[in-house]
Ligand binder design. Sequence first.
Ligand code: ATP
Ligand code: MG
Length: 134
Amino acid sequence: MTVEKTLSIIKPDAVADKIAGKIIDMIENADLNIVKMKKMHFDTDLAQRFYDVHKERPFYNDLVDFMVSGPVVVMELEGENAIANYRNIMGATNPSEASPESIRGKYASSIDKNCVHGSDATDTAAYELGLIFG
Ligand code: ATP
Ligand code: MG
């Protein structure tokens, strides 16, 4: 087992729906330690850099617009196998395929409004944590 860090974002849909507290509760119940947390509002430049890996995808512009549409809550999470552990409690990208126990299974409305983000590997976690927390 390896202690890892990962970046969690509670996306604009979930913050607007006032379910950030419910999501944080699920994170804490999954043995993930919240090392840093802040509420912030992405600007377009940050959203574009954050999702740079998807810049050739057809949904990129809509994704960037969504991420700047309202405030988000960002967290640095730490724990054993934190990256896979958090991805597991997030559930599949498309909420219709997500486990009903997962964050997206419980709360997300669609693939483009899917409540949460989580880093998917150690290198992307380091890149994303650097972008958000410096
Ligand atoms: P995230 O990176 O936000 O944690 P993810 O890793 O589960 O989500 P990615 O493949 O990295 O999924 O896609 C990033 C985001 O782009 C998704 O969260 C989703 O909102 C959006 N997205 C992905 N695929 C599609 C699609 N086919 N149509 C619309 N939006 C999509
Ligand atoms: Mg991703």
